[in-house]
Ligand binder design. Sequence first.
Ligand code: NAD
Length: 357
Amino acid sequence: MNFHIAVIPGDGIGPEIMDQALLVLKEIGSIYHHEFRFSEVMMGGCAIDKKGEALPQEDLTICLKSDAVLLGAVGGEKWDHLPGDQRPERGLLRLRKELGSYANIRPAVLYKELKDACPLKSEIIGEGIDLCVVRELTGGIYFGEKGRRRGTMGEQAYDIEIYSETEIESIARTAFEVARKRNKKVTSIDKANVLESSRLWRSVMEKVAGEYDDVVLNHMYIDNAAMQLIKNPSQFDVIVTTNMFGDILSDEASMITGSIGILPSASLGEGKIGIYEPIHGSAPDIAGLDLANPIGMILSAAMMLRYSFDLESEAKSIENAVVNILGKNIRTRDIMGEGMHLVGTKEMGKLIADELR
Ligand code: NAD
């Protein structure tokens, strides 16, 4: 099959880790007889320097015409002095808006090989952690009406949480579809004992669950969920929640897996053009030093194969290659431990690509 991928290396370590993801994809293409066509897109600080804006129109057009977008990371100190609407992150926000990416999918996996990096006790971790947070990305309190006014007790500020039925239906379907590709369990997180928006959220989740007889749905309050993630993370398969609760829970979930360098993410909309990127930033402190861990980027490419191209076996074989390499005690500096074999960004990428064969 043929796939057209918009490739955004971005800033900082972005280009280095992207090279490794492309190496792995080329290997997958040759093993499984797929043709991946890559078009490089300029976004972020590098685009500001060369073309004067974070996401030039011609680069956006390439993304809109592609089958999927693969993104390294954008940003860095060099552009921190710019006003908010001219900064590198603007490019990313515009891209998400243009692609209608309303669902953020963040798997949080703790491989047993990396148990030492996890802050939880080993009896809690058991055989590892493998859950996935599906967060609504374009609605809720972050986008509701907000403002300030004078009240009888001085200045007041307010942010309104609004969710409509169709928004909740869309994110619910995403979560159930993701669960179908995993262990078929969805936990919906809300605060339905207090919030009206949560009561609508819960009832729409129940309604959509009726379309997915093969997936089990349960509900949990956000305060309990924050605790359960630490107490018993292996009870979760797919967590689906609102923009704000998801913002907090997805960071908590990635923290318990130990390393920021190995976690991938996807932002999806109605169509199949997803944006796939590691959860970390551009790490300017280690850029150009061959120190960055490329695994988060490589696993983002695996997510792209699974969610945008429906290539489950190919995605799985990348994930297996990563686990095998970790099992051979090969580590980049960020996940280095005693008795392990230290490698750089390029070597890690090459070893994972070789492992696919
Ligand atoms: P960061 O994630 O870039 O770095 C945090 C720490 O983790 C640093 O010490 C870094 O060296 C380390 N780290 C990150 N990725 C790593 C990897 N793959 N391998 C090894 N170590 C890794 O976060 P930050 O320092 O807060 O942000 C740096 C820049 O990235 C900022 O300009 C920020 O705005 C931007 N940023 C971009 C995105 C994005 O493109 N989606 C996301 C977050 C931050």
